[in-house]
Write a protein that binds this ligand. Structure first.
Ligand code: GRG
Length: 305
């Protein structure tokens, strides 16, 4: 399909129906890929399914599919990596909610995994989802430029001690302290932006992305991810628990440093806008093919406006 054909396809398929359609595709695939609730040990599989199907927004898999699209790929080829990032994300939420971490009772509008299944099963459900995420990457068809090993390494880097887990440690150790902006940025780049970035790069790798576009997607992912977390911090103080589907005001209660606490609400919003502009700028290399990713960056920013 030519450039203008792609553009018309994007604008004629409204963002809300695109989000719904991609989320349904991901949900159906996840349902197929997760062991059934009756599979032994049933409690473990029920716990995994409880958290995965509790109603997340599926932003990471949707970004993954949109990045694959921007590189000329199909959602069928990107489906397993899209499900992999959602499984990894859900594991991180289950563990983040544990009493030894953020100690939360509600997530995605339902009781947290450990509240329903107990702490032991919740830890293990998170572990199993993390393992499943890597298995799904290995089941993705490698592309000419990207081996299975390279795709596994991409997810492992985002999930490990330098990013997701490292960011969580810095977050835990920062409780009760007034952190400088640099430390807060380190936490959010690790906890949030790295997996968001891996979501777009893995989708693109499944579509055989070249080096230039891959570098552009890394810039896009980090800027969008940080903007997303700033908005998340803002929503934590401006929205109700009911609207968020998780306990609001948690950051303040845990004496966590946040962007609104450090910069104020207006400057935090300005920073999120700047980062979104930066993310859009990174997409130049894609021309009209990057239109869906541009829309998604704007959509994430608009959650608060
Ligand atoms: C290894 C014990 C152990 C714990 C690791 C890494 C980790 C636990 C936790 C960090 C994960 C975390 C909670 C990051 C914050 C990212 C964030 C903004 C999550 C909410 O994302 P949404 O809004 O959620 O996309 P939904 O529910 O829609 O998917």
């Amino acid at each position: 399909m030519g450039e203008s054909g792609v553009f018309w396809l994007v604008v004629s398929h409204s963002l809300s129906s695109y989000l719904q359609d991609q989320a349904s595709f991901v949900d159906a695939l996840l349902d197929r890929l997760l062991p059934s609730a009756e599979t032994r040990p049933a409690t473990l599989h029920q716990a995994m399914r409880h958290s995965v199907f509790a109603g997340g927004k599926r932003l990471r898999p949707i970004l993954c599919l949109a990045a694959s699209e921007a590189c000329g790929g199909t959602r069928e080829a990107a489906g397993f990596v899209a499900c992999a990032v959602e499984c990894l994300h859900t594991y991180s939420l289950i563990h983040d909610d544990l009493p030894c971490m953020d100690d939360d009772d509600m997530r995605r509008g339902v009781p947290t995994c450990h509240k329903v299944y107990g702490e032991g099963i919740a830890v293990l459900a998170g572990d199993a989802l993390q393992a499943l995420a890597f298995e799904l990457v290995t089941r993705t068809q490698p592309a000419a430029r990207h081996s299975t090993g390279a795709m596994v390494a991409e997810l492992a880097r985002a999930a490990g001690s330098l990013h997701l887990v490292g960011g969580q440690v810095a977050d835990l150790e920062g409780e009760g302290k007034a952190l400088p902006l640099e430390d807060l940025t380190f936490i959010h780049e690790g906890k949030t932006a790295a997996l968001l970035t891996a979501s777009v790069t893995l989708g693109a790798m499944s579509a055989d992305v070249d080096e230039e576009a891959m570098a552009a997607l890394r810039r896009f992912g980090m800027a969008t991810g940080l903007a997303f977390q700033i908005i998340d911090d803002i929503l934590d103080v401006t929205q109700s628990s009911e609207k968020l589907g998780k306990s609001a005001g948690k950051d303040l209660a845990a004496e966590k440093s946040t962007f609104p606490a450090l910069l104020g609400l207006d400057a935090s919003r300005d920073r999120a806008r700047e980062l979104t502009a930066e993310a859009r700028g990174a997409l130049e290399v894609f021309g009209v093919r990057g239109e869906r990713l541009r829309q998604l960056a704007d959509h994430l920013l608009a959650r608060d406006f």
